[in-house]
Design a protein around this ligand. Structure first.
Ligand SMILES: Nc1ncnc2c1ncn2[C@@H]1O[C@H](COP(=O)(O)OP(=O)(O)OP(=O)(O)O)[C@@H](O)[C@H]1O
Ligand SMILES: [Mg+2]
Length: 254
């Protein structure tokens, strides 16, 4: 898994501030940003690394760079028990898990002292995962990364999804983070994403998904087309940010 840095489009790069439980900082990239052709949405702003008890959305169509960016932040977590929910056999996620010594399971298992990082491979069905999400509450703290969220939330009222709903609604206060990627934000119930602490929005293909993304970014007036984003570019927003910023992950060629 290569390391890379995040830059925003309108200012000189700054060091990555790191996640809550780790001071690891990414190296400042040597080249200045260049995506001036993208709509001028970005005032100077900063991409802030998510904390392990926060709710994070990585949104974008296939191959847009969601999992790669999520893994960049997951790699910075040093002490928080981490669970990767792999519902689609994501290649990038699996390579990351192998490279970082994640314990592999095909049944819902929790991180333990012996295996503080686990990746669970399972079907795209809420009832398989529900016991795991309930069990997560028994941990003192944790971060769960779900790669593909729509597989688990198609019907928000499904009793099988209650564990996940509880994690979304009350998990943060109990020390639990939920980071999730999706290709189809319009298929994710509003409640899941309504209180996200960080949104990373890559390019999307479908108009209904773009509409959902504009709402999440609070850009409802049609100024923005995600297709204008540069390769692997994304719009980023978090609490207290007036307007989203354009950013892109730079992976040094080695
Ligand atoms: N910032 C980047 N610079 C260069 N290459 C990148 C960058 N981000 C991702 N890639 C490459 O692009 C490919 C797709 O990335 P990734 O798997 O993260 O996308 P994804 O959005 O998760 O796709 P999917 O929805 O299909 O899982 C990978 O081969 C990855 O190495
Ligand atoms: Mg992926």
């Amino acid at each position: 898994m290569p390391t890379f840095s995040i830059i925003d489009s309108e200012r000189e790069p700054e060091p990555d501030p790191g996640t809550a439980d780790d001071a690891t900082a990414a190296e400042t990239p040597p080249t200045p940003p260049s995506e001036k052709s993208v709509p001028a949405l970005s005032r100077a702003g900063q991409v802030i690394a998510p904390k392990t008890n926060e709710r994070v959305a990585f949104i974008g169509s296939t191959q847009s760079g969601k999992t790669t960016l999520a893994c960049h932040y997951l790699a910075q977590i040093k002490t928080t028990p981490t669970i990767l929910v792999d519902t689609k056999g994501d290649g990038v996620l699996n390579r990351f898990a192998r490279a970082h010594g994640f314990y592999e399971a095909t049944t819902p298992v929790l991180p333990s002292e012996q295996h503080p990082r686990v990746i669970v491979h399972g079907p795209p069905e809420a009832d398989f995962w529900d016991p795991l999400f309930w069990a997560v509450f028994r941990l003192r703290r944790s971060v769960t990364y779900i790669d593909e969220l729509t597989h688990l939330t198609t019907n928000w009222n499904d009793p099988a999804g209650k564990g996940l709903r509880s994690l979304y609604s009350t998990g943060a206060g109990r020390g639990h983070g939920l980071w999730a990627a999706t290709q189809r934000p319009s298929g994710v119930p509003t409640q899941a994403f309504s209180e996200c602490d960080h949104v990373f929005a890559f390019r999307l293909s479908w108009p209904d998904d773009e509409d959902t993304m504009r709402r999440m970014l609070r850009m409802p007036d049609g100024r923005f087309e995600s297709r204008s984003l540069p390769p692997y570019g994304f719009m980023y927003t978090t609490h207290g940010m007036n307007e989203p910023v354009l950013a892109r992950a730079v992976i040094p060629i080695v």
